[in-house]
Design a protein around this ligand. Structure first.
Ligand code: GUN
Length: 170
């Protein structure tokens, strides 16, 4: 951790962040009390879901969020730290969104990852940190979450194999 180590430790302790299976650290901070029944959701959902959930999400050191997908649109919010590269694989192409706090440099404060798209994220400055939020509706359930293997991404997105190799773990 080359800089801001104190701030990062503070955030981890203050918000009780835990390691996420995709990489990075998170804490769910909102889960609606109300439930949508499975039969009232689109067919891709396999269980009842909360209306909505949101998490804090931290990337630190050399962490990255490995390519994964979920069954609902996910809204990312930038709060603090280095700009973050958000990679989305969609319709055979790679899209890159810069989350950050400098709109003049092309950063956005919020970005939406469409449901079903593979996506990954990393800080744009090596060994720095970023503190973000992620909101989904219907609410998050680990049954909606799938980590990508290099081989399966390679089939449809072979043109981006360097990125895919670097940002998959399985
Ligand atoms: N809860 C646990 N993991 C996640 C995640 O990756 N995204 C959202 N929105 N909520 C979560």
């Amino acid at each position: 951790m080359t800089y801001s180590g104190d701030k990062v430790s503070f955030l981890v302790e203050k918000f009780e962040l835990l390691p996420h299976p995709e990489g990075g650290w998170y804490k769910e901070i909102y889960r609606s009390d109300e439930i949508i029944r499975q039969q009232d959701l689109p067919g891709r959902f396999q269980s009842d879901h909360s209306f909505s959930t949101s998490i804090y999400y931290l990337l630190k050191d050399y962490d990255f969020s490995a390519f994964h997908r979920i069954r609902q649109d996910e809204i990312w919010h930038f709060y603090l730290g280095s700009p973050v590269k958000l990679y989305i694989l969609k319709d055979g192409k790679q899209e890159l969104i810069m989350l950050g706090d400098n709109p003049e440099a092309g950063h956005v404060f919020q970005a939406v990852v469409p449901f079903g798209c593979w996506f990954a994220a990393e800080v744009s400055i090596p060994d720095s940190f970023a503190f973000l939020g992620c909101t989904v509706s219907p609410g998050f359930d680990f049954s909606d979450f799938e980590l990508a293997s290099f081989e399966e991404l390679q089939r449809d997105y072979g043109a981006y194999s360097t990125l895919i190799r670097r940002m998959t773990r399985v």
